[in-house]
Design a protein around this ligand. Structure first.
Ligand code: PRP
Ligand code: URA
Length: 219
């Protein structure tokens, strides 16, 4: 696994959220004998922490309130409700935890799957909240491997008018971070780990296998 300094040395741009709780929970998720229920619930817990990090710069405004003791001006979130965009289907595993933290967020879905032969992203669904250009958009998917899926999803959102975006994932490959940085240099990546490399099938090594299958128990 790469450190934040390793990323800087390699010229890769990503924020590594390597809080000890995240590292511990991610190690449990990686274990191949982990049950579907445990995998899903660990992912949900990690996504709470990733949500805090990826929304660190949400704008605030001061609102007049009254506590039982006296009146005060208190900070509250300002602007349009933010939008979480889940890249189906594994993105939904991160989305659930994000919504625990920000229940009022709007939600969109971009349906993409990786063609197993070409590893190119194939779109099958797209539905996002209105006025997407006025919202902070947080795109979520647990895995950034070749980055073909994330690059396509973000491009689709840009074409639809989104401007203020970030991409949040659990595990990245250095190859994916590089490709995403090149395709979308304006979009920050927030990730819990950057692993060693991709194998010949485009899987992250050591990774955790197929995220969708492990979340939904489809294998
Ligand atoms: C997985 C994962 C990402 C994609 C990452 O989805 O959830 O969307 O692969 O790979 P990439 O960076 O090389 O594009 P998958 O295509 O397996 O679909 P699923 O979520 O429906 O299982
Ligand atoms: N998609 C996954 O689910 N896992 C990988 O390692 C790569 C792509």
């Amino acid at each position: 696994m790469l450190s934040q300094q390793d990323l800087i040395d390699k010229g890769l741009k990503a924020t590594l959220v390597d809080h000890p709780l995240i590292q511990h929970k991610l190690s449990l998720m990686r274990e191949k004998q982990q049950s579907t229920a445990a995998f899903r619930s660990l992912l949900r817990e990690i996504s709470w922490l990733l949500c805090f990090e990826s929304t660190r710069d949400l704008p605030l405004e001061m609102k007049a309130i009254e506590t039982p003791v006296e009146a005060m001006k208190a900070p509250v979130l300002s602007g349009k409700k933010l939008a979480f965009i889940s890249i189906l289907r594994a993105g939904n595993g991160l989305l659930d935890g994000m919504l625990d933290v920000i229940p009022s967020a709007r939600v969109g879905h971009v349906g993409l799957y990786r063609d197993p032969d070409t590893l190119q992203a194939v779109e099958y669904y797209y539905k996002v909240p209105n006025k997407i250009g006025e919202r902070l958009v947080v795109v979520v998917d647990p895995m950034l491997a070749t980055a073909n899926s994330a690059i396509a999803a973000v491009q689709r959102l840009k074409d639809g008018g989104a401007v203020n975006m970030r991409f949040v994932c659990l595990i990245s490959a250095p190859e994916g971070v590089k490709a995403f940085n090149e395709a979308h240099p304006d979009i920050p990546i927030v990730t819990a780990a950057v692993d060693s490399h991709l194998n010949d099938h485009g899987y992250i090594v050591p990774g955790l296998g197929d995220a969708g299958d492990r979340i939904f128990g489809t294998k």
